[in-house]
Design a protein around this ligand. Structure first.
Ligand code: NAD
Ligand code: TYD
Length: 339
């Protein structure tokens, strides 16, 4: 039997990187191709442990470069595509929306064309709950797959646009697709510009933690490995053409998250510094994951177990995040936080 080829785009990033590890180890009979441009958010040191494995392959390519992508698909004839590659940080999208349109919208369209040209078995598009816009603070309201798309940031607008293209390629050409829309992830190899790793790294260095506005905005946190198992399930068992929301009912205010990290590390809450609010800051995200649960998915982490493991990981892997925050990140941080 020929081995199945799985193309993972964005596999040098946070979630894609965890997914590549998950797939390489779980499916020795699948060939896993990690395709990534290695932007500021991509790094391959996280794959040192698998780079010599026979079923792991890496390619440095821009998904928006159709001169590279189309011939690559024609040559490799991938069976499955799991598409993570994207610009992913809301604050960067507010400063520079154009990069997000090129990577997230045009990049997805090029991949869809390539997938269509070779007739892949399935294309899983990894999206976000942020495409639904925001919820108010009523704890009984949730995003379902039927919630209208009302993105508020350039990032979520670019992701919603890519979701609509994926849907259109299913409706128009019958491309076999699924879309997953997950809540906020956290866990190992999370780039320290995002709230949780930013807080852990700064608290460990006794530096102030910037909290936007009054800190009452709510996010629904999911451990990255629970996201990986959800995507694996959708890849294998998702009904063609369907959207699946992914989330584990772990709503926390930003202030709760920051205080949990500070208290776990035994530091002072005086490290919290309230700063100017993010423009268009979405109030609350919360996922109803019933449809995915009916497919058989169950998360394994609670927020408490997941955040404890994650803090432990950042303590044990200082060299990984220290090399990031000592580089060009410093310029980003100074500009973003007006220091
Ligand atoms: P990330 O920023 O950590 O990683 C993105 C990766 O994509 C990087 O390795 C980067 O080099 C690569 N990339 C960017 N532009 C590229 C291009 N033009 N061509 C090839 N590679 C390119 O992002 P993440 O947090 O791991 O998110 C991955 C996906 O999951 C994104 O599509 C994001 O929208 C989605 N998502 C993220 C979250 C979250 O909480 N982080 C939640 C739900 C969905
Ligand atoms: P983030 O990790 O950027 O994810 P997203 O914007 O995709 O939800 O932010 C999570 C929440 O934390 C969001 O409400 C913004 C807030 N936040 C801060 O308060 N301070 C910060 O320095 C950052 C990066 C985020």
């Amino acid at each position: 039997m020929t081995r199945k080829k799985v193309l993972v785009t964005g596999g040098a990033g946070f979630i894609g990187g965890n997914f590549v590890q998950y797939m390489v180890n779980r499916y020795p009979n699948f060939d896993i191709y990690n395709l990534d441009l290695l932007t500021y958010a991509g790094d391959l040191t996280k794959h040192k442990n698998i780079e010599s494995k026979d079923n792991y392959h890496f390619m440095k390519v821009n998904i928006a470069d159709h001169h590279a992508i189309i011939p690559l698909f024609e040559q490799e004839k991938f069976d499955f595509v799991v598409h993570f590659a994207a610009e992913s940080h809301v604050d960067r999208s507010i400063s520079d929306p154009g990069v997000f349109v090129r990577a997230n919208v045009l990049g997805t369209q090029v991949l869809l064309d390539a997938a269509r040209a070779v007739g892949v078995t399935k294309f899983v598009h990894v999206s976000t709950d942020e495409v639904y816009g925001e919820l108010d603070f009523d704890p009984d309201t949730f995003f379902t797959e039927e919630t209208p798309l009302q993105p508020n940031s350039p990032y979520s607008a670019s992701k919603a646009s890519s979701d609509l293209l994926v849907r259109a390629y299913y409706e128009t050409y019958g491309l076999p697709v699924n879309i997953t829309r997950c809540s906020n992830n956290y866990g190992p190899y999370h780039f320290p510009e995002k709230l949780i790793p930013l807080t852990i790294s700064r608290v460990l260095n006794d530096e102030k933690v910037p909290v936007y506005g009054d800190g009452r905005n709510i996010r629904d946190w999911l451990h990255v490995l629970d996201h990986c198992s959800a995507i694996d399930l959708v890849l294998h068992d998702g009904e063609i053409g369907e959207v699946y929301n992914v989330g584990g009912h772990n709503e926390r205010t930003n202030l709760e998250v920051v205080k949990t990290i500070i208290n776990t590390l035994g530091k002072s809450e005086n490290l919290i510094e309230f700063v100017k609010d993010r423009l268009g800051h979405d109030k609350r995200y919360a996922i109803d994951p019933t449809k995915l649960e009916l497919l058989g998915w169950k998360p394994t982490y609670t927020f408490e177990t997941g955040i404890a493991d994650t803090i432990e990981w950042y303590l044990e892997n200082k060299e990984w995040w220290e090399q990031i925050i000592s580089g060009e990140y410093q310029g980003y941080f100074a500009k973003q936080y007006s220091l």
